[in-house]
Design a protein around this ligand. Structure first.
Ligand code: ADP
Ligand code: GLC
Length: 491
C-alpha cells in the first residue's frame, strides 16, 4: 500500500547544497514518488532560495521553541524539478536568511546552529499538522533533523495526528553530531528526564544525532560497508556503543545516482556528449577542460578532484604527496572549498606548477560536471566515506576513481586486476602519502602502458547501474519494516 512520507532535511539539490546530502534528498523522493508513495520534503528557506518562484501559504506556522517561546514562520511551496514532489520551505529570516548554510565565511559554525535546526525539526512536525498530512514515515537526515525522531517519541507520542507514524534516521555522516550546550534542553522542551547517557546526553552536552539514534524507529546509513564501520571506534566517533545497542535496526543502503542530472549522453553542461560505445566526445571534453582551467592542451592523464576541503576527504595527505604526484607527467585539476589552509595551500601549488596543477576554489555545479567528463582519473583518498557520490559519477563518465578503500568507496569501486584487466578503478588501504602516490602512479602507468586495460575499465565503469530505482525499493522495504517494528498500524 502507498505510504505518506515526510522528508525533513537541511539540504536538497537544486535548492541548497554543500555536499551529497543535497543530491540524495533531491533525488530519492522522486523515485519513491514513482513507486506510488506520497512523498513531501521540508527544507529551510535559505537566502539563496528564490521566493518569487514559489507559492506562499496564506497562514503562518507557529513553532513552539521551549524557553524561547513560540516563533512564527512563513511557508513557501515548490516542487522538486521534473516531478510532482512538493517541497515546503520554512521561511524564518532570522535563522535561515543567510547565504551559507552552516558556517560563516571563515568556516566556523554559526553560533545559533542549535536553535536553527531544532527549529527546523519542530517546524516539520508542526507543518505536518497544519497541512493535515498524516505521515506514515518521518524520514530524518543527519543531526540537523534527528530531533524529529525524538519529538515523535515524546511531545507527539500521544498526538493522534502521528498515530500511524514511524521514524527513520538516515546517517550520512557520523562526524557531525550536532553537539551543544545542555541548555538546549530548554529549547527542545521534551523534559530533562531525557537528558541521560542512554538518550541525548554526551559528556554533559546535548547530542542531537544521539537523540535520533536512540529514538528513531529504524536507521540507515548510505552504504552497506559504512553501516558496519560505524560500529567500531575508528568510524563511530564515540557513538559506536550507542549504535551497537541498535545494530539490528540499522540498514546500509547504497545511494544512487540521479541519471537525469548525471548522464554523459544527455548532460547539457558539457561541451560534447558521449557514451560507453563512443568516447570521442570525452576527448573533446578533456581539451575543453584543459583550456578552461588554463592548462596546456596535451595528451597527458588528468587526475581530478571535486570536493569539500575538509579533513574527511584526505586533502592533508594529498598536500603531503603533492610534489611527488606532480613529478609524474600528469595534470591535476581541483575544484573545492572548505578549510582555509587548503585554499591557500592549493592556490600556491597552482602558482608553483602552472602547467600541471589548476585549481578553482569555490562551489560550481556546472564545472563539476565538466571536470568529471574531461578527466581521466578521479582522486578520493577519503579518511572515511559514508557513501561518496563523486566516485559513482566518475565511473559513469568514464573517469576511473583512485580511492582509499573505506565505506561506500569500498562498496562501489572494483579494484584493477593487472592479470585479468578486470576492475573499474584503483584502490589502496592505509591512508598514507606513500600509498596514495604509489596508487596514483599505478593508475598513471596503466593509462600510459596498458591502454587496452584502461579503455576496457572505462567502458565497464560507464555501464554500471547506479540507478536510484534499486535503492528506492530497499528504502520502501525499510519503511514497511519500521512500521512493523513500531507496532503502528500499517496502511
Ligand atoms: P560529501 O557529501 O561528503 O561532500 P559526496 O561525494 O557524497 O561527498 O557528494 C559531494 C557532492 O557535492 C557531489 O555532488 C559533488 O559534485 C559536489 N561538490 C562538492 N564540492 C563541490 C564544489 N566545490 N563545486 C561543485 N560541486 C561540489
Ligand atoms: C555525506 C557523506 C557522503 C555521502 C553523502 C550523501 O555527506 O560524506 O559520503 O555520499 O552524505 O549520503
Amino acid at each position: 500500500m502507498p505510504l505518506k512520507i515526510l522528508f525533513a532535511a537541511s539540504e536538497c539539490h537544486p535548492f541548497a547544497k554543500t555536499g551529497g546530502l543535497a543530491d540524495v534528498v533531491g533525488s530519492l523522493p522522486k523515485y519513491l514518488h514513482e513507486l506510488g508513495h506520497d512523498v513531501r520534503v521540508v527544507l529551510p528557506r535559505y537566502y539563496n532560495v528564490d521566493r518569487t518562484k514559489l507559492n506562499r501559504h496564506p497562514a503562518p506556522l507557529g513553532v513552539p521553541m521551549g524557553i524561547i517561546g513560540e516563533l512564527w514562520c512563513g511557508i513557501y511551496e515548490g516542487k522538486l524539478p521534473g516531478s510532482e514532489v512538493p517541497v515546503y520551505f520554512i521561511d524564518y529570516e532570522q535563522y535561515f536568511g543567510r547565504e551559507n548554510l552552516y558556517t560563516t565565511d571563515g568556516g566556523s559554525g554559526f553560533l545559533d546552529n542549535d536553535n536553527r535546526f531544532v527549529f527546523l525539526s519542530r517546524a516539520a512536525m508542526q507543518l505536518a499538522k497544519m497541512l493535515d498530512f498524516h505521515p506514515n514515515i518521518l524520514h530524518c537526515h543527519d543531526w540537523h533533523t534527528a530531533a524529529c525522531a525524538l519529538y515523535l517519541n515524546t511531545i507527539y507520542a500521544n498526538d493522534d495526528h502521528f498515530r500511524e507514524c514511524a521514524s527513520i534516521l538516515t546517517i550520512h555522516n557520523m562526524q557531525y553530531q550536532g553537539e551543544f550546550y545542555n541548555g538546549l534542553m530548554n529549547v527542545l522542551a521534551v523534559g530533562w528526564e531525557h537528558f541521560n547517557f542512554r538518550e541525548i546526553e554526551r559528556y554533559d552536552r546535548v547530542n542531537l544525532l544521539k537523540a535520533g539514534v536512540t529514538h528513531s524507529t529504524m536507521m540507515s546509513t548510505v552504504s552497506p560497508f559504512y553501516s558496519q564501520e560505524i560500529l567500531t571506534p575508528d568510524f563511530g566517533y564515540d557513538l559506536e556503543d550507542t549504535l551497537a545497542t541498535r545494530k539490528h535496526d540499522l540498514w546500509g543502503i547504497l545511494n544512487g545516482v540521479d541519471l537525469v542530472d548525471w548522464n554523459p549522453k544527455t548532460d547539457k553542461t558539457l561541451p560534447a556528449r558521449f557514451d560507453a560505445s563512443n568516447l570521442k566526445g570525452k576527448a573533446e571534453c578533456k581539451k575543453a577542460l584543459q583550456k578552461e582551467m588554463g592548462l596546456p592542451v596535451r595528451n597527458v592523464p588528468i587526475v581530478a578532484m571535486v570536493s569539500r576541503l575538509v579533513s574527511q576527504k584526505g586533502f592533508d595527505v594529498i598536500a603531503e604527496a603533492i610534489h611527488d604526484l606532480l613529478a609524474m607527467d600528469i595534470q591535476m585539476v581541483l575544484l573545492g572549498s572548505g578549510e582555509a589552509w587548503a585554499h591557500f595551500y592549493f592556490g600556491d601549488i597552482a602558482f608553483l606548477y602552472p602547467n600541471k596543477f589548476a585549481c578553482k576554489i569555490g562551489f560550481d555545479a556546472a564545472l563539476s560536471h565538466r571536470i568529471e567528463a574531461g578527466a581521466d582519473m578521479f582522486l578520493m583518498p577519503s579518511r572515511f566515506e559514508p557513501c561518496g557520490l563523486n566516485q559513482m559519477y566518475s565511473q559513469l563518465y568514464g573517469t576511473l576513481p583512485i580511492v582509499h578503500g573505506v565505506g561506500g568507496l569500498e562498496d562501489t569501486v572494483q579494484n584493477y586486476n593487472e592479470a585479468t584487466g578486470e576492475g573499474t578503478g584503483f584502490k589502496f588501504y592505509g591512508l598514507t602519502a606513500k600509498n596514495l602516490t604509489n596508487t596514483v602512479g599505478w593508475a598513471v602507468h596503466t593509462w600510459y602502458n596498458r591502454k587496452e586495460h584502461f579503455a576496457a575499465m572505462q567502458k565497464r565503469a560507464m555501464e554500471l547501474n547506479y540507478s536510484w530505482a534499486v535503492s528506492a525499493k530497499t528504502y520502501e522495504m525499510l519503511y514497511y519494516e519500521a512500521l512493523k517494528r513500531s507496532n503502528k498500524p500499517q496502511p
